[in-house]
Design a protein around this ligand. Structure first.
Ligand code: XIL
Length: 320
């Protein structure tokens, strides 16, 4: 059996976990999560897709449920996410600019959400997944179309900064370890917004991996991102056993998964202390994962369906 030493007691930096509001009401989930993790990220209920209503109103019931759970167990909250190409609510898209400016509406939204969790949230993914999937450049979104690439960064980050002067403000993206072009475009965009004076103060690397990622790729990517000298959030780690499909057996794929979790923790723990924002996994038990909802054969996280630590958990402990 694997020794289930609480992860948060082994790490000198926060260890985060993604959650949905329904988990906060499930003692089996809350006890295991609070034992091992010191930071909580809302998987989807603090995004526009949940908060913004068709009439333009906001609903915070589930975000508050997660915030209250985090506060009750002494966990930090991590705010995910304010602006995302995948969330373009009608209330924004169909805004009548003669009545209220688009910029004013976005500023108002960011101010309301960040202000609500000020003092509990340690940071925010202000703009999520800004780079095109093929890595060829910044995405085209409702936000970038209306306000410009640098413009929408300025509006969102400056509103977040004004609403919570202490929060670390991130942009955040994925496949940076497997698509060099995407990493290069991400670096270029970060350089551009920093040069424009945007108060971006943290860099997120989501780290959604597949088990056949070559050893060393993630380590190299974290080193490149650390070059900006800003705090790094390894923000959404999971390791899919399905998409790789290159393994002789399930056991082989689980060992490859464990090796990648160990490499990720080693690389993160090797960062300068001031750049270690948090190491976050995108879910608690395999059954809680968004990937398992897509394919029941997947098992991408540190704990199995019964909440038992897996080989991946042991690899993370060994790396600390
Ligand atoms: C996913 C959640 O896990 C799902 O529950 C939701 O339905 C869609 O979004 N990168 C991100 C996260 O930044 O917001 C995504 O989370 C996973 C990919």
């Amino acid at each position: 059996p694997i020794d289930a030493t609480p992860l948060k007691s082994l790490a000198p930096f926060p260890i985060g976990v993604a959650a949905q509001a329904l988990h906060a009401a499930d003692p089996a989930w809350t006890d295991l999560a609070a034992t091992h993790f010191s930071q909580l990220t809302a998987e989807w209920e603090m995004k526009m897709e949940y908060i913004v209503q068709p009439d333009g109103g906001f609903r915070f019931d589930r975000g508050d449920a997660l915030a209250n759970f985090a506060r009750s167990r002494g966990m930090r909250l991590f705010g995910h996410t304010l602006v995302w190409y995948a969330n373009e609510p009608e209330a924004f898209a169909r805004l009548d600019e003669r009545r209220q400016s688009f910029e004013g509406a976005l500023r108002n939204y960011v101010t309301a959400v960040v202000g609500r969790y000020r003092g509990l949230a340690s940071g925010w993914d202000v703009i999520n997944e800004p780079i095109k999937d093929d890595g060829s450049g910044p995405r085209d979104s409702l936000w970038s179309r209306r306000l410009g690439q640098v413009g929408h960064f300025k509006v969102a980050f400056e509103a977040a900064r004004a609403a919570d002067p202490d929060a670390v403000l991130f942009t955040n993206d994925y496949h940076l370890e497997s698509k060099p072009a995407k990493l290069a475009s991400y670096q270029r965009l970060i350089d551009e917004v920093l040069s424009a004076g945007v108060p971006l103060t943290g860099i997120g690397c989501q780290t959604h991996l597949i088990a056949d990622l070559p050893a060393g790729a993630l380590t190299r990517t974290l080193k490149v991102l650390a070059g900006f000298g800003l705090p790094i959030h390894l923000s959404e780690m999971d390791v899919s056993l399905i998409h790789g499909g290159l393994f002789a057996s399930r056991r082989d794929s689980e060992l490859a998964q464990a090796r990648l979790y160990g490499e990720a923790m080693e690389a993160f723990a090797a960062l300068p202390e001031r750049q270690q924002f948090a190491f976050t996994v995108w879910g608690l038990r395999d059954r809680d994962s968004w990937l398992t909802r897509q394919n029941a054969q997947d098992a991408p996280l540190l704990f199995d369906d019964r909440g038992q630590p897996k080989a991946a958990f042991a690899a993370v402990v060994d790396a600390l």
